[in-house]
Write a protein that binds this ligand. Structure first.
Ligand code: SF4
Length: 245
């Protein structure tokens, strides 16, 4: 009898998970957004991932890093990035190199097409005065999409830009209790929510914290029990309650 009650309770919780999800995004309170901001920044103080592109102040290398990081795990990018910085200290050096030189570095990441884009980018940047921080110009460059442009501007150029990728979308969906938004391109919901969540001032620090948190804590197989946001997280509360039964 007791087992039957447990099974029925679990079943009803599962249907609650499916039912409660709503799509009225405007209902997210400023209080809740402030909680997320504060908690993630606090978590980051002792969990910041120190990658070489986070210490390098070169905008040129910052843009290259964001291109190398596309669909690639950060740990895998470290060696390629360090080799790149050593061989190509600036856009002029990159523009003078052959495509084969660039391919030799980027090939370790497995995406040959990116070598072509990076080589073209070097030639383009070497022909310009100063560096580009206009999103519209960046988005016209082959190999640079919305995420790369926003990450580059906010993390390397001091321009406030919200960022979201599939990891961030998964975190939003779990924390706020929304259906998972798979389509990132042109997604108004993700754009609006990220805009509201990104702080006015320490946006660089916040974006790094968001990248790290959604990669290391709110990952696909997350440990909701030890997560510092579980107390107010829609998904964490349900899962922890179920597991506590
Ligand atoms: S409790 Fe779980 S779902 Fe919620 S933010 Fe933490 S890891 Fe993500």
């Amino acid at each position: 009898m007791f087992c039957l009650i447990i099974i029925l309770l679990r079943f009803s919780l599962m249907s609650v998970k499916n039912r409660i999800q709503f799509k009225n995004y405007a209902l997210i309170s400023e209080y809740k957004l402030a909680y997320v901001r504060r908690s993630i920044l606090f978590w980051s103080q002792s969990n910041f991932s120190l990658y070489p592109w986070r210490e390098n102040t070169s905008k040129f290398h910052g843009l290259i890093a964001e291109i190398l990081l596309q669909r690639t795990q950060a740990d895998q990018v470290v060696t390629a990035y360090q080799n790149f910085v050593r061989l190509f200290p600036d856009a002029a050096a990159l523009s003078a190199a052959s495509l084969a030189d660039v391919e030799a570095i980027v090939a370790t990441l497995g995406l040959k097409k990116r070598a072509k884009y990076i080589h073209e980018l070097g030639i383009f940047l070497a022909s310009k005065e100063g560096f580009i921080n206009d999103p519209e110009i960046l988005l016209r460059i082959r190999g640079i999409g919305q995420y790369t442009a926003s990450a580059y501007l906010s993390l390397h150029c001091g321009v406030r830009k919200p960022i979201y990728d599939s990891n961030v979308s998964r975190f939003y969906s779990r924390f706020f209790g929304f259906p998972y938004e798979r389509e990132l391109r042109g997604n108004r919901f993700l754009a609006d929510l990220s805009e509201r969540l990104t702080p006015r001032n320490n946006f660089q620090q916040f974006n790094y914290a968001l990248i790290d948190f959604t990669r290391l804590v709110c990952k696909s197989k997350a440990n909701h029990k030890t997560c510092p946001l579980s107390r107010k997280c829609y998904w964490g509360k349900l899962v922890n309650f179920e597991q506590g039964l």
